[in-house]
Design a protein around this ligand. Sequence first.
Ligand code: SF4
Length: 190
Amino acid sequence: MVNIEISDNNTDSQEKPSMREYSPAQELFHNIPYIGMTVLGAIVLGVALGGSIWGIIAGIAYILYGLAGALWIMIFVCPYCAYWNTRSCPCGYGRISAKFRKKQPIESFSEKFKKHIPVIVPLWFIPVLVGVPFVIRSFSWTLLVLLVVFALDAFVILPLVSRKHGCKGCPQKESCPWMKDKSKPSAFSQ
Ligand code: SF4
C-alpha cells in the first residue's frame, strides 16, 4: 500500500509564484508527446507480438502503465512543485494533483523528483527492448518504422517540448534534476 505523507507545514494558501499561465489547448499540446509515446509503445508491443492475444494484452498493459505513471507523478511529485494547483503547470497535472493531495514543501521537489521518476522510466525502454529483438529475428518494415517513430517521439520530441517549452521558465529549474544538467538525456516530460 502506498503511504502518502502530508506535511504539517502544508497549506493550500501557500504563496504561488507569478508565472505564465497555459490555456487548456496548450496543456493538451504539452501532453501530446507523452500520449503519443504511450500509444506508439502499445502498438509496437502489439505488432512485435504478432497481433496475438499476448500482443493485445501487452499493449493494453503498457497503456495502463502509462496512465498509472502519470497518476504517480501527480500524487508523488506535483504536490512539491511550484506549479501545483496553478495554470502555470504546462500539462495540467498540477491542478489534477490538487484533487488528491495538499501542497507539500517546494524545497523537497528535487528529492521527490529523483525518487519517483524511476517509476516511469521503463516506459521509454520497454517497447525498444521488446521490439528490437523481433526486428532482428524476423525483419519487418512496419515494426522498424514504428520503432523509429516511437524513439523519435520518446527520446527527441518529448524532451525537446519539455525543456524548450514547458520547463523553460520554471522557477525551480535550478533544483530540478531534469533541467539542471541539460546535456544529459532524461525521461521526464511533464
Ligand atoms: S510542472 Fe511537472 S511537477 Fe510541476 S505540477 Fe506540472 S507536471 Fe507536476
